[in-house]
Write a protein that binds this ligand. Structure first.
Ligand code: HEC
Ligand code: HEC
Length: 330
């Protein structure tokens, strides 16, 4: 059909179309899908000086040897309490301009340790300053380069100077002191912010709703207040409007699972938790905390709110799914 040896127009056109399609699917679409990520509750904003430190981290090329992504695999467990999720990379102030997104510092080279949680592992300013001045001062066999241009040598430091306690054998001329520049302080301030934000934990059950339920328990069809239970147990993550938080918790409004006529999968998720997709964090199950009536009430609230329209389910159905699901795991 095409004679690519002779027809250069077709050859160039085909390569161009393939190039455009690949760019769309590998770069543009994934970047577009990541546009509206929200921060986790309690996630701290970077201050001005920490942001300057982030820019130094970029300009000094630290990303060439250090990742900031805890993968969902065994060997990464030591680098954080949980796998990284998109919300972890949310910096509201650091969009560089309309064309350039906040810098991606995920990295791919793991020559040095992953720095996702280094602010927890190494909290001390002096340790970081020594390590940046010359990594061999604190880690004898380190292969990390020294960054002496972030420091000054001074014979008589004044009281505002941050003197770094460098051991004498690392200083060229004996009686000078090593002073951290403002840049070094910014960079360390940034390193200290590198801490994983904890996810909201399954909230404590508040017994006030439980009492109400016992009052009603002789009337079989009456379930406890699903909305109130939802606010207490689910809204910390899925939000009171059912919209979730992009990059951390999926929306329940419009969710296929919630709107499925067959509620079995949804009930299994509530009982056992769910950890299926890398773009979301992990949900821990509520089998031990919620009764069948409570689960039915919450499920019905979710199935009839925020535009969702799925048939209601009964506590008996939840009981059946509970027995079946939990017996599978034994
Ligand atoms: C050539 C690769 C390389 C570059 C570039 C590099 N590092 Fe490192 N880094 C390492 C290695 C290897 C280690 C482990 C040994 C050590 O602690 O010195 C390390 C360790 C660290 C640690 C301690 C981590 C821990 O878990 O204790 C920090 C913090 C750090 N580097 C920050 C930086 C910063 C900031 C920069 C940029 C200014 C940088 N690194 C540039 C290779 C590198
Ligand atoms: C600690 C945070 C957290 C709490 C609390 C929580 N969830 Fe989740 N939930 C998640 C995460 C994260 C996922 C997605 C997990 C994945 O896909 O890997 C999820 C997924 C779901 C899904 C699947 C939705 C879909 O379309 O993918 C349902 C249904 C659900 N949760 C219901 C509930 C209910 C009901 C409660 C309260 C009883 C609750 N969740 C409490 C974090 C939470």
């Amino acid at each position: 059909m095409f004679n690519l040896h002779k027809d250069h127009r077709t050859l160039v056109t085909i390569s161009f179309v393939v190039f455009v399609l690949l760019s769309l699917f590998i770069a543009v679409v994934p970047a577009y899908q990541m546009q509206d990520v929200s921060p986790l509750p309690n996630q701290a904003e970077l201050t001005e000086s920490e942001l300057k430190g982030l820019n130094l981290y970029i300009s000094e090329g630290c990303v060439a040897c250090h990742t900031q992504q805890v993968r969902n695999i065994e060997m990464d467990k030591m680098w954080g309490d949980r796998p990284s999720i998109p919300s972890d990379y949310y910096y509201s102030k650091s969009r560089m301009d309309i064309w350039r997104q906040s810098p991606s510092l995920l990295g791919s080279e793991r020559t040095g340790p992953d720095l996702t949680n280094v602010g927890v592992r190494q909290p001390a300013i002096q340790w970081h300053l020594l390590h940046l001045y010359n990594p061999r001062t604190v880690v004898e066999e380190s292969v990390m380069p020294a960054y002496p241009w972030l420091f000054e040598a001074k014979a008589n430091p004044n009281e505002n100077d941050m003197v770094v306690p460098v051991p004498p054998k690392f200083i060229k001329s004996g009686d000078t002191k090593i002073i951290a520049t403002q840049e070094a302080m910014y960079l360390v301030a940034y390193l200290q912010t590198l801490k994983q934000t904890p996810l909201p934990t399954n909230p404590e059950f508040i017994p006030s709703v439980r009492k109400k339920e016992t009052v009603q328990s002789d009337q079989k069809s009456m379930l406890p207040d699903g909305e109130q239970l939802y606010m207490q147990t689910c809204a910390a993550c899925h939000q009171s409007n059912g919209q979730g938080l992009a990059g951390a918790f999926p929306p329940l409004a419009g969710s296929k699972i919630v709107n499925d006529e067959n509620a079995e999968f949804m009930i299994q998720i509530i009982l056992q938790g769910y950890d299926a997709r890398p773009e979301y964090a992990m949900m821990v199950g509520f089998a031990d905390q919620l009764t069948d009536e409570e689960i039915a009430a919450i499920a019905n609230h979710e199935r009839s709110s925020w535009g969702n329209k799925a048939p209601a389910i009964t506590a008996e159905e939840v009981a059946r799914i509970r027995t079946y699901t939990l017996s599978l795991n034994q």
